[in-house]
Write a protein that binds this ligand. Sequence first.
Ligand SMILES: Cc1cc2nc3c(=O)[nH]c(=O)nc-3n(C[C@H](O)[C@H](O)[C@H](O)COP(=O)(O)OP(=O)(O)OC[C@H]3O[C@@H](n4cnc5c(N)ncnc54)[C@H](O)[C@@H]3O)c2cc1C
Length: 399
Amino acid sequence: MDFAPSSRAADLTERTRAFIRDVVEPVEGDYLRDLAEQRRTGDPWRPLPVVEELKAEARARGLWNLWLPKEHAGEYAARFGTDGGEGLTNVDYAPVAEATGGSHLAPLVMNCNAPDTGNMEVLLRYGTDEQRAQWLEPLLAGEIRSAFTMTEPDVASSDATNMEATAVVHGDEVVINGRKWWSTGVGHPECRIAVFMGLRDTPENLEDDPGIDRHHRHTMVLVPLDTPGVKVERLLPTMGMYDEPIGHGEVSFTDVRVPVSNILSGPGEAFAIAQGRLGPGRIHHCMRLIGLAEMALERACRRGLDRVAFGKPLANLGGNRERIADARIAIEQARLLVLNALQVIDFAMQIHGGGGMSDDHPLAGAWTAARALRLADGPDEVHQGVVARLELGKYGAKR
Ligand SMILES: Cc1cc2nc3c(=O)[nH]c(=O)nc-3n(C[C@H](O)[C@H](O)[C@H](O)COP(=O)(O)OP(=O)(O)OC[C@H]3O[C@@H](n4cnc5c(N)ncnc54)[C@H](O)[C@@H]3O)c2cc1C
């Protein structure tokens, strides 16, 4: 397969790198310090003004919504996307996403961050004209944020058929009940809409209806977060980090009522939508992880050359040169296989010594983010199960 970027992708990648180098990186250190200060003073969820300034600059440079997929972007690419008026293929978006991955702020300020991109893609692919006008357009404009509420605390949610929350049609309304957690995005004050997944009827009624198979029992529905009965119960730390200003929350839904026109695609269609959403989202995460690994290796090399112990630069001590070589090889493999990025970050933390574990360097945060991705869009094991199924399927294995 030819992974050479098109001339448009090469140009956008170069412009993205220049934007991050010249505009984002110079303010990123202050941004993280200010965020830590807000945390100390008990106001961690207030978005810092610099984010809006960076968003405006990204948009002015045509580096906005670059995730928009060529096959689904339609009219939105011209209205909300890059110059050129059409979306990118995944192969062309890959180097752009990699360039953003090493920066804490770049995906957010370029309107390319999860879970909003996945939710926007759901609206692009499955939304009605009204749903798109109401929710997709402000999301594309970066005016609001969104959440995807699928995982539940009380059931093993890597098997989505376990989900117990309900979204039942009563007349011209959908009545929603249940508890979700790890709902990324709900900490942000501009988070306005949740994509909710729940059983289309009570579990008892569904048991009595053998006509509805396990993969057509759930419905996806758009729930504005200010609807009565929606409550963000708490925000969850990911290994001690709250990931402000996006955050991951536990959310309860108690007799929440929204119009049936908020259903996506139709009752029972949630599984098909979730699969359509996960594919590109997972690939975007992986591309950004490679960028994170590049950032970590660059820092490890600079630190290894600048700092001296036992009369030598750290890079020349012990097996560090071999480790640097191994890290480069791992990244090159990862660029093709999207593997091993965590080991590179781990090594970069190690060569920073005690500082690598602190917030003085972005490596501990990078490690936590990379580790969380082994669960965030479903556990690794489930994705491996799909790969094995596809492989065995070639030789006639049934599901
Ligand atoms: C930072 C972060 C952000 C997240 N954001 C969101 C979000 O925005 N929206 C949302 O809905 N969810 C989100 N999640 C939740 C995530 O999708 C779930 O944690 C994940 O799907 C696993 O579900 P579970 O936690 O219920 O684990 P369980 O289903 O209980 O699984 C536990 C473990 O069992 C093992 N296991 C499961 N299935 C298999 C299998 N087939 N083969 C082998 N082993 C298996 C795996 O080791 C797995 O980790 C997020 C999670 C994190 C950490």
